[in-house]
Design a protein around this ligand. Structure first.
Ligand SMILES: [Zn+2]
Length: 405
């Protein structure tokens, strides 16, 4: 048996007036998803447990079959794994953004999409400056990050610092940044590091050049998403399958590495609308020739939601259906038996341009147990099916055991 899981990130959505009360998935022409749905099982699944923020890290951990309430320690350590950085006991990994401050407002969480070479110079300068004061306590990784997305590791009292309340910078765009600095026991140390970065970055030649070109400067670092190294039981132990993951997103690569799954690289993958959809599906088929299980993740559906464009979201869903599901459907014929599951990690709503915690639609299909499902795969038919999985991390068990209800 071969297992394929397709995750169109953020595909779930609400009915939209401009689509005559339909959701983008409902309005999209998706013959391949509908083929599997009509011969399989559909339902709703809650991937975001109560008390968690509806992010890709949480949603995808549930999809992969790991209970976020048990295994999630933070975004930082997932990204560290992806960079090949091993965390020792007592280490705490933070996401370290480069951000633009204007006046007292956080103007841009990405420092105007600063380039990786520029970020490398700034992070290196900061690391050298801070090493003088905090040698052995702080570690930066110049050149290891991508653009504004960097990593910081604190070697010290991780347990204490893990509880500091940090705020994701993309949630406070345009607001007074000082209101959202780290809070709680241990926060003063982090605030000190962030303040020191302001001094180092102010008038730095990299920033001077950016300002001359009309670009936003990297005013400071912003630390958040911290956590210690998580301990996931391996996929093989948990589900008895060996597999791989195809994605452009660092967080998913981190989950894959912690789960003992292979990160399969595909040329031309961008995490955007121009990604190599067909390549993803072809590499997935190839991966299954030597493995049991593969996850194919697409980010374009989520991007369209964040842009707030219903037509673009429909287009992204149709591209995923035609180019990914279509290619998979054909390629999977070479195997004796296969199962496929399609589901988003969370909603990314066109109307609000952000994620929501709503239960998402899923479909499951098995060549060994064909069923009579709805003609169309969408939020509405999933809700009407009456099948509801309250804990997202339990769905993978049902899928792998072929227990399709
Ligand atoms: Zn997501």
């Amino acid at each position: 048996m071969k297992y394929v899981v397709v995750i169109p990130d953020g595909m779930g959505d609400k009915p939209l007036k401009e689509l005559g009360g339909k959701t983008p998935l409902e309005a999209a022409h998706t013959p391949h998803m509908d083929f599997f749905a009509s011969r399989g099982v559909v339902g709703l699944v809650s991937n975001i447990p109560d008390g968690f923020t509806p992010g890709t890290d949480i949603g995808c951990m549930s999809v992969f079959g790991y209970d976020p309430a048990v295994y999630y320690t933070g975004r930082g350590p997932l990204e560290a794994a992806q960079l090949g950085i091993e965390l020792a006991k007592g280490d705490l990994a933070f996401r370290c953004n480069l951000v633009t401050i204007e006046g007292d407002a956080l103007k841009d969480f990405s420092a105007d999409h600063i380039s990786t070479p520029e970020a490398k110079i700034l992070i290196k300068a900061l690391g050298e400056h801070l090493h003088k004061h905090y040698e052995g306590e702080v570690q930066f990784y110049p050149g290891e990050g991508t653009g504004y997305r960097n990593l910081f590791v604190y070697h010290g009292n991780a347990r204490r610092m893990a509880k500091v309340a940090c705020t994701p910078p993309h949630d406070i765009m345009g607001r007074k940044y000082k209101d959202y600095l780290p809070k709680g026991d241990g926060s003063s140390f982090l605030i000190k590091l962030m303040e020191e970065s302001r001094k180092v970055f102010l008038d730095h030649p990299v920033n001077q050049k950016r300002v001359e070109k009309g670009l936003g400067p990297a005013s400071m670092i912003w630390l958040w998403g911290q956590g210690v190294s998580p301990h996931f039981p391996s996929y093989y132990k948990r589900f008895g399958v060996r597999g791989g993951v195809i994605t452009a997103v660092d967080l998913l690569k981190g989950i894959a590495i912690h789960a003992g799954l292979d990160v399969i690289k595909v040329p031309g993958v961008t995490g955007y609308f121009d990604t190599n959809y067909v390549g993803k599906a072809e590499y997935a088929i190839n991966a299954l020739r030597s493995r049991d299980f593969v996850v194919v993740h697409m980010e374009s559906t989520d991007e369209a939601g964040h842009i707030g464009d219903a037509r673009l979201k429909i287009q992204a869903i149709e591209d995923v259906d035609r180019l990914v599901l279509g290619t998979l459907r054909q390629g999977l014929q070479e195997f004796d038996a296969f199962q496929i599951m399609v589901l988003p990690d969370h909603y990314t709503c066109v109307e609000t341009r952000t994620h929501s915690s709503d239960a998402v639609p899923f479909l499951m299909y098995s060549t060994r147990a064909e069923k009579k499902g709805p003609a169309k795969f969408c939020e509405k038919t999933a809700a009407e099916s009456g099948m509801k999985v309250a804990q997202g991390h339990t769905l993978m068990d049902l899928f792998v055991k072929g227990n399709l209800g």
